[in-house]
Design a protein around this ligand. Sequence first.
Ligand code: CMP
Length: 157
Amino acid sequence: MESPLHGPEEADRLDASARSDDARIKHLERVPLFSGLSDDQLGRVAGISKIVEARAETVLTRMGEPGDSFFVLIDGRASVQTQVGVGDPLKPGDFFGEMSLLDGGERSATVIAETPMRLLVIKRRDFSTLLREAPELTQSILATLSRRVRQAEQALG
Ligand code: CMP
């Protein structure tokens, strides 16, 4: 099966589910990140998203590898291992993978599925479209990024 994802750490590890835009919109409506979006914006986000399923123990991003996708956890739980220790576990509604897309750098953390899960996946070129289509998302993403930086600073002592 062709993977909907790009990038060595992501290829061939996730199964694409063929779903309609309507099904994707239903998932998007439940994600806090997208809660302020209009129906039109949600429709456009649905158009650039894929829903993928991952088994428990799937490595979703691997620290040090290049990354090409942004992920929103629809259900399930993932662990986060960074250079400075264990990060907050990711739960439904949480997103990850934004850092490599924003700065072009390597994945900053290894994120592993702890349970079977469904994820919404947006590829690099569409991530730029997403931020253009829904500029209000930038603020939420920056807030989360700031929290992660603070957490890393605290972990360093
Ligand atoms: P990226 O570096 O692209 O890939 C790994 C992702 O893990 C990273 O983007 C963030 O989305 C996420 N991440 C990094 N550090 C933390 C942390 N301390 N807590 C939760 N998630 C993190």
